[in-house]
Design a protein around this ligand. Structure first.
Ligand code: 9Z3
Length: 405
């Protein structure tokens, strides 16, 4: 921990955006915000004064609570693999890493042993005199992971900050991004978390668990008054958009969600205007991935969008960025090489330096067809290709922005 003075709080360069103002006034700040902000401030100060680059990596999914005392919530698939793996490669590339992650999702280094199919107990056995030892066949890899983890801890290069809900995430993201402003162009924001697009705003959230039955006249689900009145008038009110089985409206749970404001614009313009910002775009339809990534880059005017498809995300991503000359937007696919396939005695090298099997034109490549994906896990982690490529862009960004300022 540093003894140097913390950097002064810098107000947002865009303090009067009404949507931002409303969101952060009408929704409650998480209880841990101050504690985490203070940890992040110390961490940034230490590494800024050492002239080290700092990256904020966001990771995992955000929940959308349906009740204030939350029993039920909406969640998404993200395990935090992309974020946790990327954090390790950023550390390897010399960055100090703030890892903003969904509580209980994967963490850098421990991720190798925390997955259900990779239970850490399977790596251990009992040794002499009641000791616990790593199994011989795993020792080499475990030692390598352990050394990297301990080095990151010893040198205070990894700060982990958890979030759970979309609201926690937005509050802490805003605070950390603002704290990163003194880093100027050497600050990097790498937004890999799977962030919900919809939420229940605080003023519409019920306090207690939503009830499934009106066991007492005093206990009614949110909005039940309307339904009850209607129900009394019609005896049993039925929705007309469903056929069989007919469920009375009074027994349905209809969740009405607001869109989450698009704070990427505020991040780019106000919260962290000098840092390099990398966002991810996730789609399931290959036909729209590149156009959505391009649209995001044009709309938010940040520096890089990394597009990926749910089913192929461990095999390929597409970088969408403005071309070096600043004219136009270019796309570049990054792919994990696949093993040679043997087809009637002819060996086909499936990926050639990221090129296509059919020799497709560079820049006009198409996403992989999931049907062509091998049934094994990639032999290398795609983040080992993504991070050096991001670092290269960050080198150029720093050079350009330091020269110009
Ligand atoms: C991603 O696209 C990440 O790569 C994944 C990683 C969430 C797919 P896992 O954690 O998955 O390794 O299992 N993250 C960004 C997703 C997102 O919410 N993007 C927003 C969007 O697509 C834009 S900021 O609209």
């Amino acid at each position: 921990m540093s003894s140097t003075q913390p950097p002064p709080e810098i107000p947002s360069a865009n303090p009067i955006d009404p949507v931002e103002h409303d969101y952060f006034t009408l929704n409650p700040a998480p209880a841990s915000l101050q504690k985490h902000t203070s940890l992040a401030r110390d961490f940034i100060t230490t590494h800024a004064s050492a002239g080290r680059r700092v990256v904020l990596v966001t990771s995992g999914g955000t929940t959308v609570p349906l009740e204030r005392q939350t029993v039920r919530f909406i969640d998404n698939f993200s395990a935090g693999t992309r974020g946790a793996t990327s954090a390790e490669y950023f550390l390897e590339a010399g960055y100090a890493v703030i890892f903003l992650y969904r509580e209980f999702s994967l963490l850098p280094y421990s991720r190798h042993y925390s997955h259900a199919t990779n239970c850490f107990l399977d790596f251990l056995h009992e040794g002499p005199n009641g000791s616990v030892l790593a199994r011989e066949e795993y020792t080499e890899k475990m030692l390598a992971v352990l050394r990297k983890y301990q080095a990151a801890k010893r040198d205070n290069l990894l700060l982990t900050i958890p979030f759970v809900t979309i609201n926690d995430y937005l509050f802490i993201l805003r605070s950390i991004a603002q704290l990163m402003r003194p880093l100027g162009p050497s600050g990097l924001l790498y937004l890999a978390a799977a962030v919900s697009d919809f939420f229940v705003p605080n003023e519409r959230m019920v306090e207690h668990k939503i009830q499934s039955t009106d066991a007492s006249p005093n206990i009614r689900p949110q909005g039940a008054e309307d339904r009850q009145d209607q129900g009394q008038q019609d005896d049993e009110a039925f929705d007309n958009f469903d056929s069989s089985p007919l469920i009375p409206r009074s027994k349905r749970l209809v969740i009405d969600l607001d869109p989450v404001p698009k704070f990427l614009k505020n991040l780019v313009d106000g919260w962290a205007p000098e840092g390099m910002i990398v966002s991810f775009k996730l789609e399931t339809d290959p036909e729209i991935l590149v156009s959505k990534a391009r649209y995001s880059l044009e709309r938010y005017q940040h520096h890089l969008v990394i597009g990926n498809l749910l089913v192929t995300r461990k095999w390929e991503v597409v970088f969408v960025a403005r071309s070096e000359e600043g004219e136009g937007i270019r796309e570049e696919w990054i792919r994990v090489p696949r093993r040679r396939k043997t087809l009637s005695k002819i060996d086909i090298e499936v990926d050639r330096e990221g090129g296509r099997e059919d020799g497709g034109e560079k820049g006009k490549e198409r996403p992989l067809d999931p049907k062509d994906l091998p049934d094994y896990e990639p032999e290398i982690e795609i983040e080992s290709l993504i991070i050096p490529a991001v670092k290269k862009l960050h080198d150029t960004y720093i050079q350009r922005n330091t020269r110009e300022s």
